[in-house]
Design a protein around this ligand. Structure first.
Ligand code: MRU
Length: 366
């Protein structure tokens, strides 16, 4: 499929930026238009950032975290009142952003980190506070890319030679600030000659697999075969999958993992067929305050996402619909959780706590 790059743009998704701070605004690649059109949007208010997150113009747990961080920075930059009234404006921005999407913990994590930066700077002059907030959001963007490269390298070691990898949704460069998590692992392994092909589940109802993952991989020259979600059992049973790799939106302390709807079904199938099931995610997707997956809030989205494809009804417009955007895979079905701090394995209660401690020690060493 030929892409139609925007004016002056002719880069694959790895070189392309999914998000960028530019001249007191946020530039995003509008993912609702892909793969047919590569179009950027400039967001100039916290309300516009929130709307872009809700509409899935920016999506993927790490990316919506960074987008929300830029939303807080934007609220400060656009604030026309004095330093004293900034606090109220940032609390308003925090509320708006946190309420956009409930499942990915990265969003809340990023917003709370920005509020910490604000609290640590609130005694300074307005201009300095703004600069610090923009710098903190930019740093989050940079950190995300580094973390993905790091977890990609660690995870690549886990793939067998000539791996045939099955994935769902899009946990790639588009869902992050570059490289990707599940697809970052695939990219790192592919550059070492370890990946034979990727099976991309189309990911109904929003089609992140067929629209975004296929696009990313084809642009990078990584062999990919698209399947509908209900074909996964067939290819596993016929011995055509060596490993399943997915991203995560929130991982509880016991390893239970929320990810795109359909992930749980893949994990059950993989378990039955004795196929390793890996989750790749930055540590910011781990929520140790939640003991298990039952506590993870699941986002339910508009029924028309199921009733329509490409804007056209594929069923009766009045049919009742259930549209959970995520499901939870129990930790016991997960072979390993690959993070930038290391690889966690069962029992996750211990291994995730150890990686958390390691992160604290690394921060203290700085
Ligand atoms: O609804 P989406 O497209 O934001 O869902 C995204 C996913 O489920 C991804 O797998 C997850 O956020 C990880 S992205 C690196």
């Amino acid at each position: 499929m030929r892409m139609r790059p925007g004016a002056g743009e002719n880069k694959g998704p790895v070189a392309m930026k999914s998000i960028e701070w530019q001249e007191n605004g946020v530039k995003i690649l509008d993912q609702t238009r892909l793969p047919g059109e590569v179009r950027y949007r400039w967001l100039s208010s916290v309300e516009q950032v929130a709307e872009a997150i809700k509409r899935l113009e920016v999506r993927g747990a790490p990316l919506i975290g960074v987008a929300a961080a830029y939303g807080v920075a934007l609220a400060a930059v656009k604030h026309s009142g004095d330093r004293e009234s900034l606090r109220k404006e940032l609390l308003r921005a925090r509320e708006i952003l946190i309420n956009t999407r409930p499942t990915a913990v990265n969003l809340r994590w990023a917003v709370e980190r920005m509020m910490q930066v604000y609290h640590g700077s609130s005694h300074l002059d307005l201009d300095t506070i703004r600069k610090r907030l923009v710098a903190a959001a930019r740093q989050m963007e940079e950190d995300d890319l580094q973390q993905n490269r790091c977890l990609g390298e660690l995870g690549a070691d886990l793939l067998p030679a000539d791996a045939r990898v099955l994935t769902i949704c899009n946990a790639g460069a588009l869902a992050t600030c570059g490289h990707g998590t599940a697809l970052g692992l695939v990219r790192s392994a592919f550059s070492r000659g370890r990946v034979k092909k990727v099976w991309a589940c189309e990911t109904r109802p929003v089609l992140q697999g067929s629209r975004l993952t296929v696009w990313e991989l084809m642009e990078d020259g990584i062999p990919v075969t698209l399947i509908t979600d209900n074909m996964a059992g067939y290819i596993m049973r016929s011995g055509q999958v060596d490993v399943v790799v997915t991203g995560a939106d929130r991982i509880a302390a016991n390893g239970d993992t929320a990810n795109k709807i359909g992930t749980y079904g893949l994990a059950v199938l993989a378990h039955y067929h004795r196929i390793p099931f890996l989750v790749a995610a930055p540590f910011s997707s781990i929520d140790l305050s939640i003991p298990g997956g039952d506590e993870i809030p699941i986002e339910f989205r508009d029924a028309d996402e199921v009733r329509k494809i490409g804007g056209l009804f594929i069923t009766l417009p009045q049919v009742e619909v259930l549209n959970p955007a995520f499901d939870v895979t129990p930790g016991e079905l997960i072979t390993g959780i690959v993070t930038e701090r290391g690889i966690a394995r069962a029992p996750y209660l211990n291994s995730l706590a150890d990686l958390n401690q390691k992160g604290r020690e690394d921060t203290n060493d700085l």
